[in-house]
Design a protein around this ligand. Sequence first.
Ligand SMILES: *Cc1c(COP(=O)(O)O)cnc(C)c1O
Length: 374
Amino acid sequence: MSEQAPLREAVVDLGAIRRNVETLRAAIGTEHTFAVVKANGYGHGAVPSARAALAGGADRLGVADLAEALELRDEGITAPILSWLHDSDADFDAAIADDIEIGVSSIDQLDSVVQAAQRAGRTAVIHLKLDTGLSRNGVTPDAWAAAVRAARAAETAGTVRVAGVFSHLSGTSPEADTAQADAFDRGLAEAARAGLDPEFVHLAASGAALTLPRTRYNTVRLGISVYGISPFSDREPSEFGLRPAMTLRSRVVAVRRIPEGQGVSYGHTYRAPEDTDLALVPVGYADGVPRQASGRAEVSIGGTRHPIAGRVAMDQIVIAVADSHVAVGDEVVLFGDPEQGVPSAEDWARAADTIGYEIVTRLGRRVTRRYVGE
Ligand SMILES: *Cc1c(COP(=O)(O)O)cnc(C)c1O
């Protein structure tokens, strides 16, 4: 192993992102596809992930807040971008100036967008969001009829164009998502009665897009699946033909042998059941390795899986490698493509009682990213 290799590195395979989008598009078959690149592209890097997803056939990008959208524009991304999470003083002037499509979740927000459009002398492109039961943002059902009428009036006045109508599912159960789709259909009918004719109708994120065809309409918003991670804790990405794009790797920085009974790491929650070799790996919870996975998760060293011994610390983990001749400098894969025999982000999620989303998005600042496979 090269001594120059970074201590902690997330290797992101952009070819995997591109192929995942191709695979998803072929399976889902909607006319339009948002690739969601919020939260720094789910930890993979927003700009390279966006470019790879667009190369794979996504025709639009989705982000949560405007700062994320503006950053993509600053980096030269010209594809349509929708941003849907705004506070009361969001900079819609900047959004309109940069051609960012605005998710609108209330009549007050619509008013703010209209005012910004009037200041700019331009038409703002908006997607009206209906709350169909997730109870986060989105126009509440009781305000929806008034909202679509106000949006239609603004459209007639030339200040906005309602390019989309959308909502977001809770993923509670197929029945609950279907009930939300019913509410969405009623909202779409109301929008049509008000004279709106949105080009993009979107409800499903990865989970529903893959499993509930009814929720696909003509556009889906795909996040986690683009990165090759399953939206379901009990289903592997390979079931959907997806390959994880990220491999989190480090290397062994020290090895030692301890006698039976010796405790390891803070609190000595692990005691060696017999004489054993230990490998020290310089990644910890500051790097996104969940402390919750202490004593539960495994890593791969030289193609063999070994368990974490004891607690995950801020900067390091200790691996119980038995008698397997691990040496300083050996590569350690925390997670990557399970088809290659290494643990998956889903394995880590199970070990930490969380979801794959959290495993990839929480990588810390010290983890460098390296891009391969363009
Ligand atoms: C994050 C997000 C998505 C993408 O969800 P995945 O489950 O990652 O596919 C889609 N829509 C909205 C509104 C989101 O916030």
